[in-house]
Design a protein around this ligand. Structure first.
Ligand code: ATP
Ligand code: MG
Length: 412
């Protein structure tokens, strides 16, 4: 691979670089966008690195956001309010595996030396079109190789997240990890325990979204020992590999599919309550699909799994005969959740039921009966009667005894 004479730098990025250069500060494009463009992949998100200290960047541009000012990163807003990250040349002078104390006032070479992998440490000058590649990143791109800049043990100990980044880039570009880098990743895997759950989650999710084959990412996480620390619910299994690659690139769904106990995995990764509940429902119901020949069972199942029905249908194992049956039931648009019922608690009170817990119980009862398709919801309200079998509870008069005797009332 050789460097192209020029890279297509977006005009807004070029304007920012020119302004900094005119103010007397050396400014280069670096990082992921350079790597991706050299690989022929679209990426217009060019990061700039400059000799200007963060306070100078804030002075040169009217509209900035201090997105990571302690690490020298300022986002400059362009005419369309799009942010472009400008980071001051920096060097990490003290690290503890998770955080770094940085020093500014260093050279471009120092800045490239603190970057994680050779393929991410290439700089391009957007005005003079010069290239700087002190660690032979361009050769590694040609060789399809992920290799640490400098001593991999030391670099991973500075920031353990780099181990997970190596796995992500390897799965994304289908690159091999250099032997010494991989060995150091394995040797330092225990340090991953020091990372925050949020950083690990972001890496894992981004990895699943960008991997050519998510199964490859899972295999790498297992091989290095990262699953043992952060995703123990994945176990040691390897059978699911083919299937996981066919799933939609939804990291919560994939994680839930892979985990023995999805809710516990998603809780450890500090996912949102919504995602944890989504995982919990998948875990609870993924081996309890309804009988395709029993529409009432399908309605009860749809009512019980709620919003997770699509997830469960996506994960439905072959033969997928229940799928058309579910579609058919859905097409009939039955009332599956309480709020879908035409009858409300107020209607019951208006029909003469005493206020208190009774109307709500009846309402829930109607829903269950409705799911079982025994009665219509509209039009029968005035005809309630006491059901001796359920004490003082009320049931619709039109329901034959045989029906409610065999009806389960999970909501009561
Ligand atoms: P992506 O496509 O995921 O955005 P990227 O390489 O652009 O890939 P970023 O997280 O956006 O990744 O970081 C931009 C650049 O900053 C990287 O290319 C790399 O040079 C440097 N970098 C990011 N994280 C680290 C880290 N933990 N250690 C060292 N350098 C890093
Ligand atoms: Mg990036």
């Amino acid at each position: 691979m050789t460097f192209p004479a020029q890279l297509p730098i977006p005009s807004e990025v070029l304007k920012i670089a020119k302004k900094l250069e005119d103010a007397g500060y050396e400014t280069w494009c670096v990082g992921g966008a350079i790597r991706d463009n050299l690989l022929g992949l679209a990426n217009h998100d060019f990061d700039l690195t400059t000799s200007a200290p963060p306070a100078e960047v804030q002075k040169v541009f009217k509209r900035t956001v201090p997105v990571g000012i302690e690490h020298g990163t300022v986002a400059v807003l362009d005419a369309n309010n799009q942010p472009h990250e400008v980071t001051t040349f920096r060097k990490d002078i003290q690290t503890d595996g998770r955080h770094a104390v940085v020093e500014f006032g260093v050279s471009l070479m120092d800045d490239l030396a603190r970057r994680d992998f050779t393929i991410n440490a290439i700089a391009y000058h957007p005005i003079t079109h010069e290239w700087r590649d002190p660690f032979q990143g361009e050769q590694d791109l040609g060789k399809k190789l992920i290799r640490s800049v400098g001593d991999p043990n030391w670099r991973f100990q500075e920031d353990y997240l780099r181990i997970l980044r190596a796995l992500r880039f390897s799965a994304r570009f289908e690159f091999r990890i250099h032997a010494r880098t991989l060995e150091a990743a394995k040797a330092n895997a225990q340090g991953l325990a020091q990372l925050s759950a949020e950083r690990v989650r972001d890496e894992w999710f981004k990895g699943l979204q960008t991997a050519v084959r998510p199964s490859k990412l899972v295999a790498l996480w297992r091989d290095v020992g990262a699953t043992r620390i952060w995703l123990p619910e994945l176990g040691a299994g390897s059978t699911e590999h083919g299937a996981v690659d066919k799933l939609p690139r939804d990291p919560v769904l994939i994680s839930a599919y892979l985990a023995k106990d999805p809710a516990s995995l998603l809780t450890r990764l500090k996912c949102s309550n919504k995602d944890i509940e989504r995982g919990r429902t998948i875990g609870l119901w993924r081996d309890k699909y309804p009988d395709a020949k029993d529409p009432a069972a399908i309605r009860r199942w749809l009512a019980a799994v709620g919003e997770s029905a699509d997830d469960l249908l996506t994960l439905l194992p072959a033969p997928r005969s229940v799928l058309p049956a579910v579609m058919k039931v859905r097409a009939a648009n039955p009332p599956l959740v309480l709020k879908d019922l035409a009858v409300k608690g107020d209607d019951l009170i208006a029909a003469g039921v005493r206020p208190g817990p009774t109307p709500s119980r009846i309402w829930r009862g109607v829903h269950v009966v409705r799911c079982n398709n025994r009665v219509a919801t509209g039009g029968f309200l005035p005809q309630w009667r006491c059901c001796p079998r359920f004490g003082a509870r009320w049931l619709p008069r039109r329901t034959p005894n045989a029906t409610y005797r065999h009806t389960t009332f999970p909501f009561w």
